[in-house]
Every structure is written in structure tokens, then in C-alpha cells.
Design a protein around this ligand. Structure first.
Ligand SMILES: Nc1nc2c(ncn2[C@@H]2O[C@H](COP(=O)(O)OP(=O)(O)OP(=O)(O)O)[C@@H](O)[C@H]2O)c(=O)[nH]1
Ligand SMILES: [Mg+2]
Length: 571
């Protein structure tokens, strides 16, 4: 069978690691969508995403060295006969009474029995054959790693057969649809399978079997008719081939295709990529517009002011000021009267109201999500709710620390105290001096000069002390005003830090998650994977089927545009 050059495939050696990385990235994106954005998806898409991830994870873990190929098709199309022809064994029941195959058969090429993989595929143990043990290994070496499955018929009168086919169609790496000239146009295969598997043309191929029942002309028109139907199914690029187990036509070609698929070891990844492509439109449809993360920060100033009010920052600062003033006046005032300035010890620390803090947090969340739809506004609201306790605790901590903060006494208070006590000492000494002179002078009035000197000292000391008390007092009052500003200036940033750590960063992180989910969803939008050839770029020859770069089933390289012909008449 000839194949015309079609789509250009990059060489496998260069592309494989990239493909693997890309696949891993895509699966990571899918995990992120499922973990963080599942609520944004509709139930069916979320379910499909979850199944895909589970399946892909299991398949990739199980075996990277095996390629699972299934022969699927309607009853009597020749799946089991083809299975036997390819394996060279007489394993799978072939019969005249339909349906014949009721559970899958598996033939594994190579020394590794792929037990876990077949367990996962739920192939009954008694229906597994290890090809290596049966025949000479060398002649089959090229197929080492192939796991060929013969499926029951999908159009069975037995419901269990169809369910089994559906289950395995979801799991295998490559699907070979075995059709026959009598039933190739059946609705069952086109409507229920092929049309729904549009995204899988890369990992499927069609064998129009029993070609020996048509003459060559009829076979070509039959194939052309089938290709038209496939194009209508959305599978215009799928590979098709004529086969006959009776004459052997096409069987070596099919074998060569399987050899390529096995050699490239890319079929598993391609199947998963096809799964992703099939899910992609549904994912992309659910993507929402990005949001600006500054939406949260934009509310910071207002919210911090409200939280500072709730924490009573101003009240604390006013109380701290009163404390400063009293303490200062006691220190720098005229000692005999300064004690009258009583200290009212601060304010009793009050816990902030959880409900009020919650309201502020919720308002920030709602404003940040004003234009968001889906689950996100309520999700951020829930987050605001969840962090309210910790936010309120943080504010309580700020209040506690603030009310316990001692007044920072300026050093000059100490000097002023010494000066005031010295002056008081002088005043007392002056009186004592005058008294002594009075007694020494025989209690004569007027006082002697010495006595008068004592009274003058007392007078000067008193006036100076009182004058300084006034000057120092004014200074203390000014200092108290500065102290109020300092306390407020210190507390507001502390409130801002608490709010930043316990509320804003959380909400910003949620919005960042929102953006990553949208980015992940949008990353499933279709994009050009291969640069179109330009006039300067010579078209590369498509690799041969057995070349390392060939894709698993050689699609995009089918003999295209067969002449339109009538449906072949069957003998
Ligand atoms: N003429 C002709 N007959 C074929 C060919 N392949 C299979 N047959 C016959 O078609 C009949 C059905 O073949 P099976 O291989 O059992 O078909 P199947 O697809 O496995 O059928 P189920 O197991 O029922 O799904 C048998 O009698 C085969 O001998 C072929 O290429 N040409
Ligand atoms: Mg069968």
C-alpha cells in the first residue's frame, strides 16, 4: 500500500523529550484546574477532567515501554481473525455464530508480560498470551512491547460487549477499527464511536477488512466511500487501509504500522494528548477573564483605617498621651505641688469585635471580586470569613503591646527634676539661714543683712522653680502631642502589617490562583503546533513508516483524495 507525503512530523529523537515535558506540563495544568478550579467547571467537564487525570496518571505509571493496540469493530468484521493473523497464533475464537468474542484477548510481544498493565485493562488472566514464549523471539523482536487486544463487538446484541468495548476504547493507546464491506457504513460505528472520537484521528486507523470479497475496483470505491463518510465524521485525516486475512492483503502494512507505533513509544503520550484535545474545547469555554491583583491592594488604605479604628488606635494614642503628660508634669513641675498630677493608668485593653473585623474583611473580598462570576466571589468571601479570627487576634496583639508600652521619658526630665529639687533645697536653705540669723540676732527685727540674704535666696529659688515649672510644663505638653502622633504613627503600620499578612496576602493569593486557573484553562486553546512550510523552507519528506520520527499510526500520510465511486456491490 502506498502512502503519499502529507503532514510533516518532527524527528522523534528531538521531539520526544519536548513532547514528554509538554505533556507533563499539560497534565500539571489539568491538576491545577481540578484542584483549584473544579467549582468553575460544569459537573460533566469536572468529571471528565478527573477521569482523564486519573487514567493518564495510572497509564503513565504502569508502563512506558508497552503500546496497547486494540482491534475494535462490529461483529464478524474479522477482528479475531486479524488478531490471529498478526500474532501468528490461533488464540482468539473465530466463528460463524456471532458474536464470538465476549471478553478481550491480549497478546503481549516480548519478555515482559505486562501483568500490571493487563490487570489495569482488566483482561482476564486466562485470555493473556505472552508471544515471546510461543515463537522465535528474533522474528518478532520489532514488535516487542506490543500489547494487542482483540475486543468484543461494539454492535453486539450483548450489552456487556458494548460496555466492555466502551471501557477499553477509553484506555488503549491505539485503536484499529476493523470494518468490513458489508457494514462499514453502519450507524453504530459512525455515530456512537467515530464521530465522537474526532480528536483521536492521530491514534486511530481503519482497516477495511475482507477486501478479498471485492474486486480491486470495487475495493477502491468502497474505500473511497468510506473515506467520504469518515470526512463527514470529522476524521478526514485518519489513516485507512484495505486488509484481508484470507489473501493477506494489507496485513504486513498493518503490522508495519504497529511496529512503528511500538518503536516510537509515543502512542501512550499521543493517546493522552488526544484525550486532552478532546476535553480542551470544554475547558476553554469555561475560562473567565483575568483579574488585576491590585484590586485587593487598592482597598488597603481604607480597610487599614477601618481596622485601626476598630482596634481603637486613636483611643490608645490619646490615653498614652495623657500618661505621658501626667508623668512629665510630675517630673518637671515644682516638687511641692507636682505630685498633684495623678497618673490615670492607660486604658484597659479591649478585644476588637470579631463581627466588625469580619465585616471589613468581607467588604474587601466582595470589592475585589466585584466583577467575578462563578464560585469565586463566594470562595473569597469564605476566605475572608476564615481569616477573620486570625486577623482579630493579630489586632488584639497590637493593642496589648501598645497599652503595655511604657512612656519613653526624655533625658531632660531627669535634669529638670534635679534642678527643681536643687532650687527647692536652696529655698529651704535660705529660710533656714534667715531663721538662724534671726535667732542669732536676739530675735530682733528687722533682720540682719545676713538673714535678709537668706530670704533673698529663698525668694529667687522659689521664683526660679515656679518659672521653670511653667516652661518645663509647656515643653511636656508639646512633647505629649508629639508622643500621640508617634504612638499613632507606630500603631497604624502595625495594623497594616497584621492586615497585610492575615487578610490581603490571602485574598491576593486567591486571586492569583484564580488567574492561574484561567491561564491553565486558556492554555488548552488550540495553537499551531507545526510551523507551516514557507516558500524558503523546503518541504521535508515525511518519514517512512518504520522511521523513528513516524507518528504511531501514520495519519496525515494516507493516500488522499481517492476517486469518488459508488458503494461497492457485495458479492
Ligand atoms: N472472506 C473473508 N472472511 C474473513 C476475513 N476475516 C475474517 N473472515 C471471516 O469472518 C468471520 C468472522 O470473523 P471473526 O474474526 O470471528 O470476526 P470478529 O470480528 O472477531 O467477530 P466477533 O468476535 O463476533 O466480534 C469468520 O468466519 C472469518 O473466517 C477476510 O479477510 N475475508
Ligand atoms: Mg472475535
Amino acid at each position: 500500500m502506498t502512502r503519499a507525503a502529507g503532514g510533516v512530523q518532527p524527528p522523534v529523537q528531538a521531539a520526544a523529550p519536548l513532547e514528554a515535558t509538554e505533556l507533563a506540563e499539560r497534565l500539571d495544568q489539568l491538576s491545577l484546574i481540578l484542584k483549584e478550579g473544579a467549582e468553575q467547571l460544569d459537573r460533566r467537564t469536572a468529571g471528565a477532567t478527573e477521569r482523564l487525570l486519573r487514567r493518564a496518571g495510572q497509564r503513565l505509571r504502569l508502563s512506558g515501554t508497552h503500546t496497547v493496540v486494540a482491534l475494535a469493530g462490529g461483529t464478524g468484521s474479522g477482528k479475531s481473525t486479524l488478531f490471529n493473523a498478526l500474532s501468528g497464533l490461533d488464540l482468539s475464537g473465530v466463528g460463524v455464530r456471532r458474536p464470538t468474542t465476549s471478553a478481550p484477548y491480549a497478546c503481549v510481544w516480548g519478555p515482559d508480560p505486562a501483568t500490571e498493565l493487563l490487570d489495569w485493562l482488566e483482561v482476564p488472566t486466562e485470555r493473556r498470551i505472552l508471544r515471546e514464549s510461543e515463537l522465535d523471539a528474533d522474528s518478532e523482536a520489532a514488535l516487542h512491547g506490543l500489547v494487542l487486544l482483540d475486543l468484543p463487538d461494539h454492535d453486539s446484541i450483548e450489552v456487556s460487549h458494548r460496555l466492555e468495548v466502551d471501557r477499553l476504547v477509553d484506555l488503549v493507546d491505539v485503536l484499529v477499527w476493523v470494518l468490513d464491506p458489508q457494514k462499514y457504513a453502519d450507524t453504530a460505528v459512525h455515530e456512537f464511536y467515530l464521530k465522537r472520537l474526532k480528536a483521536y484521528s492521530d491514534i486511530m486507523l481503519i482497516a477495511l477488512n475482507q477486501a478479498d470479497r471485492l474486486d480491486p475496483g470495487q475495493a477502491q470505491s468502497c474505500l473511497a466511500d468510506l473515506r467520504r463518510m469518515l470526512t463527514d465524521d470529522g476524521l478526514g485525516s485518519i489513516r485507512t487501509m484495505l486488509t484481508s486475512t484470507r489473501t493477506g492483503i494489507g496485513v504486513p502494512d498493518l503490522r508495519a504500522v504497529l511496529t512503528t507505533a511500538v518503536a516510537s513509544r509515543r502512542a501512550t503520550a499521543r493517546r493522552i494528548r488526544a484525550d486532552l484535545s478532546s476535553l480542551a474545547p470544554r475547558l476553554v469555554r469555561t475560562a473567565l477573564p483575568d483579574v488585576d491583583l491590585r484590586r485587593v491592594q487598592a482597598q488597603e488604605e481604607e480597610a487599614v483605617a477601618e481596622l485601626a479604628d476598630l482596634a481603637g488606635v486613636e483611643r490608645i494614642a490619646v490615653a498614652a498621651t495623657a500618661d505621658y503628660r501626667t508623668l512629665g508634669l510630675r517630673r518637671v513641675g515644682w516638687p511641692p505641688v507636682a505630685w498633684r498630677h495623678r497618673r490615670e493608668r492607660g486604658v484597659p485593653p479591649l478585644a476588637v469585635s470579631r463581627a466588625d473585623v469580619g465585616k471589613v474583611a468581607t467588604t474587601v473580598a466582595l470589592n475585589a471580586t466585584a466583577e467575578l462570576v462563578g464560585p469565586w466571589p463566594s470562595r473569597l468571601e469564605r476566605r475572608a470569613d476564615a481569616v477573620t479570627g486570625s486577623l482579630a487576634d493579630g489586632l488584639d496583639g497590637v493593642i496589648h503591646a501598645a497599652v503595655q508600652q511604657p512612656v519613653a521619658k526624655p533625658p531632660w526630665w531627669r535634669i529638670a527634676t534635679i534642678v527643681q529639687w536643687l532650687l527647692l533645697g536652696f529655698a529651704v536653705a535660705g529660710v533656714a539661714w534667715a531663721g538662724r540669723a534671726f535667732l542669732a540676732g536676739g530675735r530682733q527685727w528687722p533682720l540682719s543683712m545676713t538673714g535678709l540674704g537668706g530670704l533673698v535666696v529663698t525668694g529667687v529659688a522659689l521664683s526660679l522653680g515656679l518659672a521653670l515649672a511653667g516652661i518645663f510644663g509647656r515643653s511636656v505638653v508639646k512633647g505629649a502631642d508629639r508622643w500621640q502622633a508617634a504612638v499613632e504613627g507606630r500603631l497604624r503600620p502595625e495594623v497594616a502589617i497584621v492586615a497585610g499578612e492575615r487578610l490581603f496576602s490571602q485574598l491576593t493569593a486567591d486571586l492569583a490562583t484564580y488567574n492561574s486557573v484561567q491561564e491553565a484553562l486558556n492554555s488548552f486553546a488550540p495553537r499551531a503546533e507545526v510551523e507551516p512550510p514557507t516558500a524558503e523552507t523546503p518541504k521535508r519528506e515525511a518519514p517512512a513508516a518504520d522511521a523513528p520520527g513516524a507518528d504511531p499510526v501514520g495519519n496525515g500520510r494516507v493516500a488522499a483524495a481517492l476517486p469518488r465511486g459508488e458503494t461497492a456491490k457485495l458479492p
